[in-house]
Every structure is written in C-alpha cells, then in structure tokens.
Write a protein that binds this ligand. Structure first.
Ligand code: MG
Length: 171
C-alpha cells in the first residue's frame, strides 16, 4: 500500500535573485532565450529566474544555496548554462527523496514585456523539473519605474516552491 505523506513531509522554500542588465550578453530567463538587445551580467548565463528557483528548491530541502553549490569563483561555472545547475539540484532532491509539488515564479523587469513568452518559460520550467505544467506558474511584473529595476538597470526574480517526501511503499 502507499502511505499518504504526513504534513511534516512538506517543505516550502523561497528564493530571490537580482542581476545587472548589460549589453553584451544573451538574455536567458527561466531557461528560455529571449531575443533582446541586452542580457544579464553574471559568472554563468545570468538566468535570474532559474537562480531564484534553485534557491527556493534548496531552501525548501534545507540544502543551502546556489552560491555555495556553484561558486562564482569556480572557473568551471564560467558562462555556465543555469539549466545545468537546475539538473544538478534536481538530482540532489531525488537522492533525498524530495519531489516538487509546485513552483511559482515572478520575474521583475521593466523590459522586455514578458507576456508573450511567459507560457514558454512556464513550459520550460515544468519540463526541466519534470512536473505538470499545471503545477508551475510564471508571472511578470514591472517595478513601476522605481529603483534600479524601474530604471532598466537590473532584473530580479522571486520563486516559491513546495516539496514533499516521496510516499513510501510498504508491503
Ligand atoms: Mg544569480
């Protein structure tokens, strides 16, 4: 029989990140290439959305943070595809028998308008995590012209996720 997971087997996690906008970089958001004349500064591809998501997953599992696992001082992560970070974190979660119940991701940017690509990012995140599209959500918000995000100097992301321990099979 399959035991239903107990309430204590659920964990919630939050992740945030911010990156500076620079001209000489491809814009990657949530694992998707967005055609735009600027991208995000970072040791890796600068995918602020995946970085926030990874920190949410690590936070929920009590496994630290992205900077500890993939330090920006390590040359092996130079220009790294952030999807590789997510694959590695997904493996760690699997080893600890965590499964992702849902994720909710918000990207904060003044431009470009993400309405036309939100669905694509959502599909990409669902695919990367191997969870149902219905269990993912992607939102985009401007900063109403305020601060460095409003001035078009940076993009930020906030992610929240719920994990649960895999139900145990007993004979
Ligand atoms: Mg980052």
């Amino acid at each position: 029989m399959i035991e239903e997971p107990k309430p204590a087997d659920y964990r919630v996690g939050i992740g945030t990140d911010i990156h500076r906008i620079v001209e000489d970089k491809r814009l990657m958001l949530g694992g998707v290439y967005i055609p735009y004349p600027a991208g995000l500064l970072g040791h890796s591809d600068g995918d602020v959305a995946l970085h926030a998501l990874i920190d949410a997953l690590l936070g929920a599992a009590g496994m630290g943070d992205i900077g500890t696992l993939f330090p920006d001082t390590d040359p092996q992560w130079k220009n790294a595809d952030s999807k590789e970070f997510l694959y590695a974190v997904k493996e760690l979660l699997k080893q600890k028998e965590w499964e992702v119940v849902n994720v909710d991701l918000t990207i904060h940017t003044e431009a470009p308008k993400l309405g036309p690509v939100k669905g694509q990012i959502r599909r990409c995140v669902a695919g990367l995590l191997e969870i149902d599209f219905a269990n993912t959500n992607v939102k985009a918000k401007t900063n109403e012209g305020l601060g460095e995000i409003g001035a078009g100097e940076a993009m930020a992301a906030t992610a929240i996720t719920l994990l649960r321990k895999k139900p145990k099979r007993t004979l």
